[in-house]
Design a protein around this ligand. Structure first.
Ligand SMILES: [Zn+2]
Length: 419
């Protein structure tokens, strides 16, 4: 017995030892006023390793737009001096990133340990068990499908939610393509909870589930998500070593086969926006693309969930040119954002991705759109930088509740369009 306890303690100590800490790291916000200041930030990022939070790489920094980044503790003095010497104002979003990481777990523990908590962040082991449990609990409404395996051989499960046995009209929803954006998987779980709990009670939800099929992928980048829990909370990419270098991970939202590895992505393996060695080189991308291709007749809408920025985006990301159905997409986005903000007045912006947030290539939403899925949207959930990726658990419920209104709004539009 003693030995077992000791073994447990050693394992716990090792786990802690291997977990990356962010003590003393700060998150900065700057707003370059002109091209000169944009160049300065790019120069800083070439001198010191900056972890860009928004935009997601130095490539896409433009004047008059906020740039948020994390600086490691021992580099803070250098960065502050250089910013000050060049007359560039800055704001500090996090005085201590590690503190922010610890503070996000502020959700109330469940009164009953057996109940699944939707207002806490859940580890992958819990989520995967939940996918099985919820399918078993609601067999007439939910089924679980495996669409592939990840780099580290974890099964990728999709939940099929709806009353139709074979899907005629479907909406594909994925969460967690970027590992550190934890509010995103929390939303996918919330969606399934709401669907199962309110079917037969809520008029609109009942109507939607009677006629539409929702394919929900709760966590797309599972290996990366696991890594954010066990080793590095700020991890973004997947965990493959497809570049055969020391740098691990491909940005899965740069790996889809659409204008692959051109604008807003990098062919350097160490980059946070590394596009991978080829389009669809990653098992996770391949699994999603194959599933969508195999069901292309029925999938009418594609919704992808990210954080943070409070935006609802539609194609294109890879060009500033307007999509052929721009007007309609803009109308749908406007109505969805209106529905979302009706609850707590949360302010969302919307528009074509390239000009509203920044240009990227190889994104899932552009790929789906060019495959013929006319209604393709990307959500950037809360917030606008106060907490960034470290949104506290106490905000999960309100974030998910307002987002549900937008998703239901888009879904009822799809239903009107297909019927
Ligand atoms: Zn993202």
């Amino acid at each position: 017995m003693k030995y077992m306890i000791l073994q447990g303690l050693v394992a716990a100590a090792l786990a802690v030892a291997f977990t990356r800490h962010f003590d003393g790291d700060k998150a900065f916000r700057v707003k370059p006023q002109d091209e000169g200041q944009v160049e300065l930030v790019k120069y800083l990022s070439s001198m010191v390793q900056l972890d860009f939070w928004r935009p997601d790489s130095a490539h896409t920094i433009v004047p008059q737009t906020d740039v948020d980044f994390r600086v490691e503790a021992d580099q803070i003095k250098t960065i502050q001096t250089l910013l000050e010497q060049n007359g560039m104002q800055y704001e500090i979003l996090f005085q201590n990133v590690q503190e922010g990481i610890e503070k996000q777990f502020d959700g109330k523990p469940n009164s009953s340990n057996r109940r699944y908590s939707y207002s806490k962040y859940n580890k992958w082991e819990k989520i995967v068990a939940w996918t099985a449990n919820i399918a078993a609990k609601y067999p007439k409404l939910v089924s679980r499908i495996q669409i592939g395996t990840t780099t580290e051989e974890r099964p990728m499960y999709l939940l099929k939610v709806g009353k139709q046995r074979s899907a005629k009209n479907a909406i594909f929803i994925d969460c967690g393509i970027h590992a550190r954006e934890w509010i995103s998987p929390a939303f996918c779980q919330w969606f399934v909870k709401e669907a199962t709990k309110t079917y037969g009670k809520d008029k609109l939800m009942t109507k939607l589930l009677n006629s539409l099929t929702f394919y929900i992928l709760p966590v797309l980048n599972i290996d990366g998500y696991v890594w954010t829990w066990t080793a590095d909370r700020m991890w973004r990419k997947n965990r493959s070593n497809s570049s055969n270098t020391n740098c691990i991970g491909t940005d899965l939202n740069r790996n889809f086969d659409v204008q692959w590895c051109s604008i807003g992505s990098s062919n350097k393996a160490c980059s946070e926006v590394y596009c991978g060695p080829a389009a669809e080189s990653e098992k996770e991308t391949k699994a999603v693309a194959n599933f969508i291709r195999n069901n292309i007749q029925s999938i009418k809408a594609y919704l992808s969930f990210h954080s943070y920025s409070q935006m609802l985006l539609y194609p294109y990301s890879y060009t500033y040119e307007l999509a052929p159905t721009h007007e309609e997409l803009n109308d749908v986005a406007k109505a969805a954002v209106g529905a979302l903000s009706s609850l707590y007045r949360t302010n969302y912006t919307y528009g074509p991705a390239a000009s509203t947030i920044y240009p990227t290539s190889g994104s899932s939403a552009d790929w789906a759109y060019d495959k013929g899925i006319k209604y393709s949207f990307t959500f950037e959930l809360r917030d606008r930088g106060k907490y960034g990726f470290l949104l506290p658990e106490y905000l999960i419920k309100s974030t998910c509740k307002e987002t549900m209104l937008a998703v239901k709004n888009i879904s009822s539009y799809i239903l009107r369009y297909v019927s």
